[in-house]
Design a protein. Structure first.
Length: 346
């Protein structure tokens, strides 16, 4: 099997010839021109790309972007201008320094933007990218985040989100409803289009939300919309890269096919044994803790074998990935992971 065939078997709940292993394009890109990657590809590594199959169109909204230097640092200011006002964000090297939403007026502007945002298919763009990145690249359908995760991760940030839940309760609820309408439309288009795996990039960790709000804001969206994707033959995965134990029963009841970037302790709070007991039928795309790449080769191989034992006792429903941070010693450590996976008999 090649990496595409292994992932297809994994997504289908079947047994591949070996456990798949991938790396995010967003991590791989930093050193993508290094020829040392080719032996890893030859040994089975794949690169996953987030590729949209839809296109966002904003009506009556102007976008401006400027860059500037301050104290030797380079910043990017992005501004959205509407008939009801404007909002802006500031980033440095892709990391947000100032979020979009800080006041009630900011929420009013973003709600206007959400209500004047439409989605249309971009199936040709998806298919073209899918062909371009072969043979080692895998196109995942980029669905973005569900509404509350969009507000938390993209618009507000964790610290202010905690305040806004109380201080701007009605404004946040209004924006949530507007975003949900757009997400519904996006899901309909994704369901009708190409591709197999739908990546819902939640960046969820339970301690930022808690089970009550997860049940209120997340689970209903999953139960309403994920079956639309599944009925079209697609596999739906949510990027849950943190602590999950407090929400494990709710996750079990949700129509999530696959938990992606699933990370064992200490970053996460559930071992793969515990995850498999909680979610026996779900697929796990597991992020190996970056510190483990520093282990001596035999210890790293033993760890990989133990994770396979816990997560895939029958050789199915498990893959590994580098999804959060790639190890600085990747030239030495990632071949060890591949060797371990190639030696394990399923």
């Amino acid at each position: 099997m090649n990496i595409h065939e292994r992932l297809e078997a994994f997504w289908s709940g079947e047994k591949p010839d070996r456990i798949p292993y991938t790396i995010y394009q967003n991590e791989w890109r930093h050193t993508q021109d290094d020829p040392a990657w080719q032996p890893l590809f030859d040994s089975g590594l794949g690169v996953t790309w987030q590729v949209p199959s839809t296109r966002m169109v904003r009506k009556n909204v102007e976008f401006k972007q400027t860059t500037y230097a301050e104290n030797g640092r380079k910043f990017t200011r992005s501004t959205l201008i509407t008939p009801v006002g404007e909002i802006y964000t500031i980033s440095e090297d892709g990391w947000t320094q100032k979020y979009w939403l800080e006041t009630q007026d900011d929420y009013r502007v973003m709600t206007y933007i959400a209500r004047h945002t439409e989605y249309e298919p971009d199936y040709a763009g998806f298919l073209a990218k899918q062909e371009q990145i072969k043979p080692y690249g895998i196109a995942l359908i980029a669905a973005g985040r569900t509404p509350l995760q969009t507000i938390l991760v993209d618009y507000v940030g964790l610290e202010n989100f905690a305040y806004h839940l109380f201080d701007f309760e009605s404004e946040l609820a209004e924006l949530y409803d507007a975003l949900l309408a757009g997400f519904r439309r996006k899901v309909e288009l994704i369901a009708a289009g190409p591709g197999r795996f739908v990546s819902v990039l939640e960046n969820f960790t339970a301690e930022t939300m808690g089970p009550a709000r997860f049940a209120q804001y997340h689970v209903p969206v999953y139960k309403e919309l994920f079956p639309i994707l599944q009925q079209s033959g697609k596999i739906v995965g949510t990027h849950y890269d943190g602590k999950l134990a407090s929400c494990k029963s709710l996750i079990a009841s949700a129509p999530i096919d696959l938990i992606e970037s699933l990370t064992p302790p200490p970053e996460g709070d559930m071992t793969l044994d515990e995850c498999r007991a909680a979610w026996p039928e779900k697929l796990f795309w597991v992020n190996i803790n970056v510190a483990n790449y520093e282990l001596p080769p035999q210890e790293l191989k033993d760890l990989v074998a133990e994770l396979v034992r816990q997560g895939a006792p029958d050789g199915r429903r498990l893959a590994f990935e580098v999804s959060e941070q790639y190890p600085h010693n990747w030239k030495q450590s990632m071949p060890v992971v591949l060797q371990a996976l190639n030696e394990i008999e399923l």
